[in-house]
Design a protein around this ligand. Structure first.
Ligand code: COA
Length: 275
């Protein structure tokens, strides 16, 4: 871990000991690429563990203000958990596998900075679950999403049975989880599973542009807003509103609040520092 960085193209790349992930930086935006294209970026144990380490690295890196997650190659974002590994599992190892994956996707969801899934191809099973843990989902018009675990005689285990109905409602979640069908990007957008569909060739540019927009916002306010929405959704309305008021008060304590309000009154763009 922590070896010297090297430059490739526009990105500064850290040469951490990742085998199945590429981690690149472009200013305040980090790009995580799941990189097992020969297996359609399927999440084996090593990849899940590397994703966990990458999330911890990015969470603690104050210079990173937004994260894009995508898949290597043109076919897949992530084609799910690694079925070859699953095939030899036991009830106990299966439970451990699900708990580990859930933990990593919780790290993604609660990273404290916005994450954008740039869905460049199939996002199936664990791939759909990873995308749902992200703050935004931009999909290439060629992408397909789904929870096909039922066809393997199992059920989603990385939060899919829970995040999917929260995003698209109970009936649509039942449809996707019980039939296992693959949903084209346009239909996924219509049901609220993806935020936006863009031409495949424009996907990364759109994702980077959104990330740059978010990276220019006040980081503490972003974090508090995401917390208010994500955690508040799990609470009764009155408790959630009380929680919102507390986080609103916290935002008032930041230098960025003073800068944002002053910049408005002085008719200039704010320069947020994250303090
Ligand atoms: N786990 C392990 N390996 C996988 C995988 C997965 N989830 N998804 C794809 N692969 C592997 C294939 O076994 C194949 O490997 P091989 O070349 O060594 O045989 C390679 O990736 C390419 O996949 P292939 O199935 O040949 O591509 P395709 O274009 O014909 O089909 C999919 C693409 C996505 C429809 C198909 O791969 C698929 O259904 N994958 C499984 C999706 C799934 O059920 N996910 C949930 C898992 S819990």
């Amino acid at each position: 871990m922590g070896a010297a960085p090297r430059r490739t193209g526009a990105f500064l790349v850290t040469t951490m000991s990742y085998e199945n992930l590429l981690l690149a930086r472009d200013g305040a935006v980090a790009v995580v690429t799941l990189n097992r294209p020969e297996k359609l970026n399927a999440l084996n144990a090593r990849t899940i563990d590397e994703l966990r380490r990458a999330m911890l690295e990015l969470r603690h890196d104050e210079a990173v203000r937004a994260v894009v997650i995508t898949g290597a190659g043109e076919k897949a974002f992530v084609a799910g958990a690694d079925i070859a590994e699953l095939a030899s599992g036991t009830p106990v190892s299966g439970r451990d596998l699900a708990l580990r994956g859930q933990h990593v996707f919780d790290l993604v969801e609660h990273l404290g900075k916005p994450t954008i899934a740039a869905i460049n191809g199939v996002a199936l099973g664990g791939g759909c679950e990873l995308a749902m843990a992200c703050t935004f989902r931009l999909a290439a018009d060629t992408a397909r999403l789904g929870q096909p675990e039922i066809n393997l005689g199992i059920i989603p285990g990385y939060g899919g049975t829970q995040r999917l109905p929260r995003l698209v409602g109970r009936d649509r979640a039942m449809d996707l989880v019980l039939t296992g069908r693959h949903v084209p990007a346009e239909e996924a957008q219509a049901m609220g599973l993806v935020t936006r569909v863009v031409p495949a060739a424009a996907l990364m540019a759109e994702a980077m542009a959104l990330a740059a927009t978010l990276a220019a916002k006040a980081p503490v306010a972003l974090r508090l807003a995401m917390e208010a929405i994500t955690r508040g959704l799990e609470m009764p309305l009155a408790d959630a509103c009380a929680y919102e008021a507390t986080l609103f008060g916290l935002a008032m304590a930041t230098d960025d609040m003073k800068e944002g309000t002053r910049a408005f009154l002085e008719k200039r763009k704010p320069a947020f520092t994250g303090r």
